[in-house]
Ligand binder design. Structure first.
Ligand SMILES: [Zn+2]
Length: 486
């Protein structure tokens, strides 16, 4: 067993990867890797240019006899996620990654490895440097700042690339082909509310719902997990109506791309109703525990005494906020008709916050079909407007709708079958990939995303499987030799 990275097979890929690990490249600090890519291109004699967005584009002519093949764009991203263990002293802007061989894997000492997407870049450079591989006209697109919002892909201009096929080398399960992804859209609804003095016999309580699993608002949205904001709204709707409870403030959820795990509210319960209200809290907890059996295990709901606030929302304001929140669509909206079990369009009601006369509701919508995403956005807008909210959308980007008749998919399924004696898994992801964004300015590209097996990307435990890199390379080069003619 080789313990030196540069001696692993295929050595043309690992040698490039080793060099890449020595170039610091956390997102936003990408000048060094850009210079490295341009310098390497000059050394191996291929054309290189930097676009206005900071992406690097490489071009290589077809190998002899392959000139009439469709042009292929090889795509990877140049940046990496800088994560380290707490006790590790490491400066991602200065220090080379300490990569090493650990059994069947390559990993790094106490930091992310950057195989995501350093292996993609290494494969591209190995293809570009090869004098023996068979391939048609080639381009490479190495994008900047993918990990922090896909800025390079967003700012990529149309007309820069000529290829008809794009092979994205940023997937993390060898043997799987990704043929679709979701676009996104941020929606924010703002409701004004009025308050009045909290006069009367009130018991102030801090009502808290927590212990839900949460998760990724895209790839885990179909798992039926509880949304803390909506589960709390459901209870508050009943409490306002049945116990004369008054709302002071509400705060739930966090990041737009996370299913909310916790939500809380400050409420005023008529003192005469406190015992009955606490009984209702217990009952609701039992109800949720039963409803979510097998999905959520640790739901916590309690109401504890807190300081008496000076003001409370008017009844009308609180009712409008709770009804709007509870009526707001959430979760899976449609499933893909072409791919079994795949979510096509969804929304995550990620956050509710009330502050100084303003309640804000945040949603993140996702879809592989932009028109359907906009239709869902209009539906949420309609509900929120009925509640008197002002609705704004921002940060929209396109998805990539799976095309099961894609020519490159047929080529790559056949190639995999021939090389490995079995069919690859073909799937899509209900989250954003650069492919979706790139397709905005290059709508006719035939795209596929694949890569070697990488475990725990974005964490200090990141590791890439050595044998899967060999299969990935074999598969990539075989695919390039079988690209259909124009
Ligand atoms: Zn990546």
């Amino acid at each position: 067993m080789n313990t030196q990275i540069e001696q692993l097979e295929p050595c043309e890929v690992w040698a490039q990867f080793k060099k890449i690990t020595h170039v610091p490249r956390p997102s936003g600090h990408e000048e060094a890797i850009r210079n490295f890519l341009i310098h390497t291109a000059q050394e191996i004699g291929v054309e290189a240019l930097r676009d206005e967005a900071g992406n690097i584009i490489l071009r290589k002519a077809a190998s002899p006899g392959m000139e009439s093949c469709k042009g292929v764009i090889l795509q990877a991203h140049m940046d990496m996620v800088p994560q380290k263990n707490r006790d590790k002293r490491f400066d991602f802007v200065q220090d080379p990654i300490q990569a090493y061989v650990d059994g069947e894997w390559v990993t790094a000492d106490g930091t992310t490895l950057g195989a995501d997407d350093g292996i993609g870049i290494a494969a591209i450079l190995a293809v570009m440097a090869s004098k023996t591989l068979k391939h048609g006209p080639l381009e490479a697109l190495i994008t900047s700042s993918e990990e922090t919002g896909m800025e390079g892909a967003r700012l990529l201009k149309g007309g820069l690339l000529q290829g008809e096929i794009l092979l994205n080398l940023d997937s993390e399960s060898e043997g799987e082909l990704c043929v679709g992804c979701a676009g996104g859209l941020d929606l924010t609804a703002t409701l004004n509310y009025t308050t009045e003095p909290a006069a009367g016999a009130w018991s102030p309580l801090h009502l808290e719902l927590k212990g839900l699993k949460g998760g990724h608002s895209g790839v885990e949205i179909h798992l039926g997990r509880g949304n803390a904001n909506l589960l709390l709204a459901r209870f508050l709707k009943m409490a306002l109506e049945q116990y004369g409870v008054r709302l002071v403030a509400m705060d739930g959820g966090g990041l737009r791309n996370a299913i909310p795990r916790e939500a809380s509210a400050v409420i005023l319960v008529p003192t005469s109703q406190v015992a009955a209200f606490q009984e209702a809290v217990k009952q609701y907890h039992a109800t949720l525990t039963e409803e979510y059996q097998g999905i959520e295990e640790g739901i916590v709901l309690h109401a504890t005494p807190c300081e008496l606030p000076q003001a409370m929302m008017t009844e009308a304001s609180a009712e409008r906020i709770i009804n709007t929140l509870y009526g707001c669509p959430n979760g899976v909206y449609t499933m893909s008709p072409s791919m079994a079990g795949m979510v096509q369009t969804s929304t995550n009601l990620s956050r509710i916050i009330t502050h100084e006369g303003e309640a804000q509701i945040f949603c993140l919508l996702r879809s592989s079909i932009t028109s359907e995403k906009l239709a869902l956005s209009a539906k949420i807008d309609a509900v929120c407007r009925l509640g008197g909210a002002k609705v704004e959308t921002s940060g929209g980007y396109d998805g990539w709708n799976p095309n099961m008749n894609s020519p490159i998919l047929h080529t790559m399924v056949a190639s995999y079958q021939t090389l490995f004696g079995k069919a690859p898994i073909v799937g899509a992801i209900h989250a954003g990939l650069e492919c979706g964004i790139i397709s905005t300015n290059y709508p006719s590209l035939d795209m596929i995303s694949f890569g070697p097996t990488i475990c725990h990307p974005h964490s200090p435990d990141e590791k890439v499987n050595i044998a899967s890199v060999a299969r990935f390379w074999h598969y990539l080069t075989d695919t390039l030799s079988h690209i259909p003619v124009k």
